[in-house]
Structure formats: C-alpha cells, structure tokens
Design a protein around this ligand. Structure first.
Ligand code: SF4
Length: 375
C-alpha cells in the first residue's frame, strides 16, 4: 500500500523561519491545478497500481484552496487511483482559514485529519515569526474543527525560538493539552539559509537560544507530552492512543509514495525523485511535455542509509536482523562496528535485535546518524 503527497505551493504571507517552497502569487492557482492533473495522469503508474491508504496535502498552505478546488482534486485522485475507503486524508491548514463553513466544506470533500500550523499560543512569538493568525484564532480553529466532526487533529508547535523562555514554552504546552488534539508535532527552530531569521542571525540582529535552553525546552516537551498521555513515536511527533500520522509512519517504514506538485519528493523503493521547486517552471514544463524532476537511483549504500535515516529517530528503531536480511552481512558489520561506542551509554537502548535512541540520544541524533551511515 502507498501514499500520495500533494504540495500546494501558495501562502498568503511568508513566515520568517520557513524554507518550504512557496510563493505568495496565488493568481497562479488555476494554472497550477491544471498542471497538477496532468502530472497525476502522467505518473499514475508510478506506484505500480498499489492501493492508496494515505493522501497528504502539505505546502505552502493547502488552506488557501477553495473548498470546491479541494473537492475537485480529490475526485480526480479517486478516478485515477485505487483509493481505499478508509484512506487517511490529512490537510495542513493555517488557523485563520478554519472558519466553521470552510471546515464543513473540506470535511465534506473527504478530509478526515487536520494538521494545524499553530506554532505558538502567544501573540508575541506569532508576530515575531510573521504568522498570520493570533492565539485566539488558534484555539478557535481547533474548537471549530471538533464542532463540525473532525476527530483526528494534530497541532504544530515550534520551540527554541529566539528569547523563548521556559515559562512561555510551558504556557504553550499547557494550552495545547487543554484542547481536544490527538497528535502534536513539535519542532525545534532551525535557521535555514535563505530565510529572514537566517539573515538576521548572520547580521547579529537576532540571537540564537543557548544550547542549554534548547535542551531544557526539549525536556519540558517530552515530560509534558508524557504527563498528558501522548507517546513520543518519533523525535518530533507525539500521539494519544496510537493515533499516529499514518502518512508519516509509512514514510518511516520505507513504504512507497508519490509526490505531486512543485518541490514534492517521490520514492518507489528503488529511486527518489524531486520535482522542480518553482511553480512557473512546473506549470510550463507540464504544458510543454518537458521534464520537471530530477531522479536518483538508489544503490545498496543509499538504501541502507535511507533505512538508518528514516528509522533511528522512531520508536520502531533499527533492526540488525532487518539490515542483515535486506542489505547483507557487510552492512550489518558496518552498523555493529559503528554502534559499538554508544552501547552501554545513556544515549542508546538495545533490546533483542532493535536499537533505539534514548531522550539524550534523540537530542544528538544527527551526530549518531552520521556515524552509522555509509558516506
Ligand atoms: S510556515 Fe507554512 S504558512 Fe508559513 S511560509 Fe511556511 S509554508 Fe507558508
């Protein structure tokens, strides 16, 4: 079984920290939607006719789409693919777009899971990030979603922001747990090149949070989620009663997915593809039947690296038996040799044939991952 990811490349305004591909030129929406349909038709065999169990609308801001535009995309996907009746359809949205009537429209179109970009419950930090909404709208968006019958709601929060105090972070966490959300994605701020935050950091007009504060905020997050019955199933993802994101879990399990739209990635087990990160070029290429993606065929090392990269930060961890049977003895020896220095430390948990990272290990997971991969 497989998944479909659709990148909606439009935002009404740009947040200062964000490096996802997007444009504020929403006048291209009609042309983009026509190009998207062409891409669907061209690539409908990419997943080898496998049934679709998840559809994920990400961006950009999918909630810039009108209800009928979303309905149209979903009808088209149903026509072109074998979409399972219990498909998980996730829709990323900004709180200020989620009026009751808009929510009814997208719910009737088939959306059954919302991922709401809240980021903070404090107006001071929302303004600093150039978010469009305020804290009141964030709370209302969740209440509206529940009112119209959506039962699977995820909230996104960011910590490690410049000048974010532990108390302010605790306040956002306390607020989210008072609301009927079943899933939380919480990310530490990253300074990506090309973003406003990155430019200000380099100029010295913005100061990065101290590492000790970042660790403290990560610990507050892990403790608060645990106390409120959320399981940390991946470094940044927490779910109540195993209401994991099926789409993201499939990605970590190495399942195939088709990525549609500018900048979207695809994976079919043997290769990776990524579409051009430019909406005008994407539209033009599809219009003129030209190429709009790059492709990398995965060799034995890349497949092994892929497995380490996607699994090490999850609760399912890395299985040495899996490495042996899927990538061979040589890769298994490499893994065992390089994991040795972490054995018996506070960073690693080793049970039977499975290796997972402890809370301390997760915090330095980039370093551990680099040690285990074959460069
Ligand atoms: S965070 Fe979301 S809303 Fe903000 S610029 Fe990025 S994609 Fe757009």
């Amino acid at each position: 079984m497989s998944g479909i990811y659709i990148h909606i490349p439009f935002c009404r305004q740009k947040c200062y920290y964000c490096d996802f591909y997007k444009t504020v030129n929403t006048s291209l929406t009609d042309k983009f939607l026509s190009a998207l349909k062409k891409e669907v038709q061209q690539r409908k065999n990419y997943l080898g006719n496998e049934p679709i169990e998840t559809i994920y609308f990400g961006g950009g801001t999918p909630s810039v789409l009108k209800e009928n535009e979303l309905q149209d995309i979903l009808s088209f996907l149903n026509q072109e693919f074998k979409v399972l009746p219990n498909v998980e359809i996730t829709f990323e949205a900004n709180p200020d777009d989620l009026s009751e009537s808009y929510l009814k429209g997208i719910y009737n179109a088939g959306v059954n899971r919302l991922s709401i970009g809240i980021q903070s419950f404090q107006d001071e930090y929302l303004k600093k990030m150039n978010r469009r909404h305020n804290a009141k709208q964030a709370v209302e968006s969740i209440e509206n979603a529940v009112k119209i019958g959506i039962k699977n709601i995820s909230a996104d929060l960011i910590y490690g922001l410049p000048n974010l105090t532990d108390n302010d972070w605790k306040a956002s966490l306390n607020q989210v747990f008072q609301l009927p959300v079943q899933h939380l994605s919480a990310y530490h701020l990253t300074y990506h090149e090309g973003t406003a935050f990155y430019t200000w950091l380099k100029k010295g007009t913005l100061k990065e949070l101290k590492e000790a504060d970042s660790i403290s905020q990560f610990n507050l997050l892990v403790e608060a989620t645990k106390k409120n019955g959320f399981q940390q199933y991946e470094i940044s993802n927490f779910a109540k009663e195993e209401m994991y994101s099926k789409h993201n879990t499939s990605y970590w399990m190495g399942k195939k997915y088709l990525g549609l739209g500018p900048s979207a990635h695809s994976f079919n087990g043997d290769s990776r593809r990524w579409n051009v990160s430019h909406v005008e070029s994407y539209i033009k290429a599809l219009d003129k039947n030209q190429s709009y993606f790059e492709e990398e065929i995965l060799g034995a090392n890349e497949k092994y690296n892929e497995y380490i990269l996607t699994r090490i930060r999850t609760i399912w961890g890395v299985s040495i038996n899996y490495i042996q049977s899927n990538f061979g003895e040589e890769k298994a020896t490499h893994f065992l040799k390089n994991i040795e220095k972490y054995k018996g430390t506070e960073l690693l948990i080793h049970k039977n044939d499975i290796f997972t990272l402890s809370r301390k290990g997760l915090f330095i997971s980039d370093e551990i991952m680099a040690d285990l991969m074959i460069i």
